[in-house]
Design a protein around this ligand. Structure first.
Ligand code: ACO
Length: 428
């Protein structure tokens, strides 16, 4: 393949370099396109063909179902590492040594208290508020409680901001759930690891000791690891683009949470469970819902199926499917929803509509089943996703600032009215 691309416009040829990534991915570098061609732009709604940056964080090959963070296979990380090690690798580039991990963990614990005034903001929300809206607001409010913006040129200032948000975010997650359930707002126990502490903050009751089930803890660790980054998806691109205006880290993360909320992105885990529940309530007729998903006049989509990038089995879904079975077996849960999920998966994998369009189960097809078995309310599922994605967002924000990327500002092709005469209001 030549290392340049020629674009012909009205008989004039313009040459552009082709850049190659470390996994041999190719991209036409059109940075000079407008300048050279006198303002011709490209159009690519949904950015299906557009690379917004060069990144050294996550590699994913959707055709082959490959996902790696910092070069480590997702299967290895899910099996052998814990969430904080993975967070460290994503944010700082390598898996931590023991002393590095210990320091990271202790620094996070030192930052795991929330200002009592932040609690008042949470208390002012109605119980009916969706936890994602509450989490986005509280994360944004953290900016008000930590007004100094991070000096991105200082490693120390960046590190302090990172351990601060990593420490405070799980408390926000737990409080968001406890508020909706009417449980007292509590703090964690610094003698516990990150994931154990999260479980105890979410589920402990003032009148009994909370016992951590190691199978639940392992499954949650895996879920968080599998959600930790996914290169330039909708919420991550949002975090990068908001940060590209030099907005602060917490404000950018709050925008990422809002982007994740939608059912076509992180909100899919909630939508999957609601869909499975609706099918169950409707008599469990999976064939009826398969037909609805294929009917172009019906807006219904099989939630948890399909992915913008994976045109093969989502490698995360494979791992989660096994974890779901382990958790349900351990807890002795016989959940009819799992049977519906398995039935839909089997039918879809052999149905020409899904096969031809390469629609496979994605990460969220099975995650909700585990969350539900753990006792996490359905509307908290996307919040759990946000907690998992936090290190990825931080890593991507940090990389974007370190690379001194320009402000994100796409172009458009205007298709509105041409210049027209202004009419006074009496004449309209
Ligand atoms: N059910 C039925 N048909 C589907 C589905 C689905 N879940 N997903 C895609 N299709 C069809 C589309 O109708 C389209 O058909 P056509 O070519 O006949 O018009 C074709 O497959 C391609 O779909 P697009 O929407 O163009 O693909 P895109 O890459 O834009 O969308 C997306 C990907 C949003 C994930 C889509 O597959 C979807 O809506 N899935 C359900 C929601 C979901 O599970 N989202 C979670 C994604 S994972 C994550 O964010 C963590």
């Amino acid at each position: 393949m030549s290392d340049t691309a020629i674009i012909n416009i009205n008989g004039e040829a313009f040459e552009f370099p082709i850049i190659t990534g470390s996994e041999n991915e190719k991209a036409i570098d059109i940075k000079k396109l407008r300048g050279l061609t006198g303002g011709v732009t490209t159009i690519d709604p949904g950015y299906k063909n557009t690379g917004s940056c060069q990144s050294a964080i996550t590699f994913l090959n959707g055709e082959e179902g490959v996902l790696r963070y910092r070069g480590y296979a997702i299967e290895d990380l899910a099996e052998k590492a814990d969430f904080l090690e993975v967070a460290y690798a994503l944010i700082f580039g390598d898996l931590p040594s023991k002393p590095q991990l210990e320091k990271f963990e202790n620094d996070i614990k030192d930052n795991s208290l929330l200002d009592v005034d932040l609690r008042k903001i949470l208390e002012a929300f109605p119980k009916s508020a969706h936890p994602m809206g509450v989490l986005a607001s509280l994360t944004s409010a953290l900016t008000a409680f930590n007004p100094t913006s991070v000096d991105v040129s200082s490693d120390e200032a960046m590190y302090n901001a990172i351990v601060k948000i990593m420490g405070k975010f799980p408390v926000l997650v737990a409080w968001t759930m406890r508020k909706n359930k009417g449980l007292p707002l509590n703090y964690g126990d610094n003698s516990l690891g990150y994931v154990e502490n999260l479980l105890q903050m979410m589920f402990s009751k003032p009148n009994e000791t909370y016992k951590i089930n190691p199978i639940i803890k392992d499954a949650l660790d895996k879920l968080l690891i599998l959600h930790a980054d996914h290169e330039q998806n909708c919420s991550t691109s949002t975090v990068r683009i908001v940060g590209s205006s030099h907005a602060g880290l917490f404000a950018s993360l709050s925008a990422g949470i809002s982007a994740l909320w939608g059912p076509l992105h992180g909100g899919a885990n909630q939508a999957v469970l609601e869909m499975l529940d609706a099918i169950l309530q409707d008599g469990g007729d999976t064939a009826k819902y398969m037909a609805k998903a294929k009917d172009k006049s019906d807006p219904f989509r099989l939630m948890g199926f399909g992915h913008r990038v994976y045109k093969n089995f989502d490698p995360r879904a494979k791992i989660i499917k096994v974890a779901a079975k382990e958790v349900l077996d351990d807890l002795g849960v016989d959940d009819p929803i799992l049977e519906i999920a398995k039935g839909l998966e089997q039918e879809a994998l052999k149905d020409p509509y899904f096969v031809d369009r390469k629609l496979y189960p994605n990460v969220d097809f099975y995650s909700g089943i585990i969350y539900r078995a753990m006792g996490i309310p359905t509307e908290m599922f996307t919040v759990m996703f946000a907690l998992g994605r936090l290190p990825g967002w931080i890593a991507q924000w940090k990389e974007m600032r370190a690379r001194k990327e320009p402000i994100g500002r796409p172009r458009q092709i205007y298709i509105g009215e041409n210049l027209r005469a202004f009419k006074n209001i009496e004449n309209r």
